[in-house]
Design a protein around this ligand. Structure first.
Ligand SMILES: [Zn+2]
Length: 94
């Protein structure tokens, strides 16, 4: 089976799974039944693992849309245990 795409003028794109080579120039629209014209699309190639693909997409995006921040990240809160230790209280403060 292959996936073919048809475009209805009123309802947009619709997909049909048909045996390869059997797709006609038109197919009835699923919503209105009027003839929808076949649209030729790029073959749907798999790029493998979705996590890997997301990493590639994010890496590509950093070229044009780098993440911009308006301030440095918030400092983590000081741990309470360090303040309670008398040995640590004698150390110089930053
Ligand atoms: Zn339609």
């Amino acid at each position: 089976m292959a996936l073919y795409v048809y475009r209805c003028e009123d309802h947009g794109l619709t997909e049909r799974a048909l045996p390869m080579g059997t797709a006609g120039r038109t197919a009835p629209c699923a919503d209105c039944g009027s003839p929808a014209v076949r649209v030729f699309t790029a073959p749907r190639l798999s790029l493998g693992d979705p996590i890997r693909r997301a990493l590639i997409d994010r890496t590509e995006r950093t070229r044009d849309e780098p993440q911009v921040v308006s301030s440095p990240p918030a400092r983590p809160a000081r741990p309470e245990a360090a303040a309670a230790n008398p040995a640590l209280r004698r150390l110089p403060r930053p």
